[in-house]
Design a protein. Structure first.
Length: 360
């Protein structure tokens, strides 16, 4: 069904406000002429009028108008886009950082400026461009050492993809990473590809790399990996018939054994977010679909009463990224018990936790 033409009087009211100097109306009117729609209604698109009104609003200080004005010159006039994107970036518009990250990368090919704005975008919660830059530094510039520094930054911003790259660089010995770093990044990479990285994590415990060798934990991890039909895990289980699903389940701490307030173990979202908003960490596809979810995961209790080696055991609904986002959240903000002292006697045991993703 085609869109209905807008009532001229309705558009006329917006034009009147714009003519009277309303900067937001000027920005909105520029977008109307640029996109050819006013809400659900069709309006005749006019690029010249769009630029006219967006220029007025941008010159009056609207960072959004400057951003949209830059968009009108892409991709044919990147230098013109650059002028307006920089104007928006000077006003600390996060989307302008994203645009400049991409513009300097391609087509302007200015790596130093691209890195500057890609990093700014990542710091504001949109790390994709910076991750692309890190990949380009590693693969195109053949500079894995420089890329490692970028990947480390991205991990601190919650990027599981960056953790995966670091885990792979450790395994390939392309750069000098410690066993402890390899262990940390492999734990995080589990969220990106459990079939590939849970067996790798198991090997750290089997071989005692970066951690005290622990056959029991290695077995638990191999059993989790076998759920994903990971060949290494399937082969390990076949070679260790003495380890069964029953012995793995026996590691779980029961309701009776745990302290009476054990349900408080489930981490507090707001405390963990540490100033971030739910929009900063919510899986993008799920957020776009306005989908809520629930994740169950097993974590081993550490000698300090915290948690480690968290593995997703159930995720509803599938396909929206809730499991990976949960592991990213744990990796970024930590996961500690509300009563760690009371959990120390349970060190080495496994507890099952739940996290509900709710749209605020």
């Amino acid at each position: 069904m085609s869109a209905q033409a807008a009532d001229p009087d309705t558009v006329g009211k917006l034009i009147k406000r714009a003519e009277n100097g309303d900067v937001q109306a000027q920005t909105d009117l520029g977008q109307v002429y640029r996109m050819g729609f006013y809400g659900p209604y069709r309006v005749e698109a006019d690029l010249n009028k769009a630029r006219l009104w967006l220029t007025k609003a941008a010159e009056s200080g609207s960072a959004d108008a400057a951003l949209y004005l830059g968009d009108t010159y892409m991709p044919s006039e990147p230098q013109q886009s650059l002028v307006w994107y920089r104007r928006a970036a000077d006003a600390e518009n996060p989307e302008a950082y994203v645009r400049l990250c991409g513009l300097y990368r391609e087509p302007l090919k200015d790596w130093d400026q691209a890195l500057l704005y890609c990093r700014k975008a990542a710091e504001k919660g949109t790390p994709d461009g910076y991750y692309s830059m890190a990949l380009a530094v590693e693969l195109n510039r053949k500079d894995p050492v420089h890329a490692v520094g970028m990947y480390r930054e991205l991990v601190e911003w919650g990027s599981i993809a960056a953790a995966k790259q670091l885990a792979d660089l450790y395994d390939s010995k392309a750069v000098a990473l410690s066993d402890a770093e390899g262990l940390r990044y492999t734990r995080l990479a589990v969220g990106a590809d459990p079939q590939a990285y849970i067996p790798r994590l198991a090997r750290y415990y089997e071989q005692g790399r970066g951690v005290t060798a622990d056959a029991q934990e290695a077995a638990r991890l191999y059993f989790h990996a076998a759920r994903y039909k990971a060949p290494d895990a399937v082969a390990w289980i076949a070679a260790h018939p003495e380890v069964t699903s029953a012995t793995i389940e026996a590691q779980l701490v029961s309701d009776i054994d745990l302290p009476k307030d054990w349900r408080r173990i489930a981490y507090e979202r707001q405390r963990l977010m540490n100033g971030a908003t739910i929009a900063d960490i919510y899986p993008p596809r799920a957020q776009d679909a306005e989908m809520e979810g629930d994740v169950a995961f097993d974590c081993r209790i550490t000698p300090e009463g915290g948690y480690e080696n968290c593995i997703i055991t159930a995720e509803k609904p599938l396909g929206y990224g809730f499991g990976a986002a949960t592991l990213s959240l744990i990796g970024r903000f930590g996961l500690k018990s509300a009563t760690p002292e009371r959990l120390k006697p349970f060190a080495g045991r496994v507890v099952r936790l739940n996290f509900a993703w709710k749209l605020d």
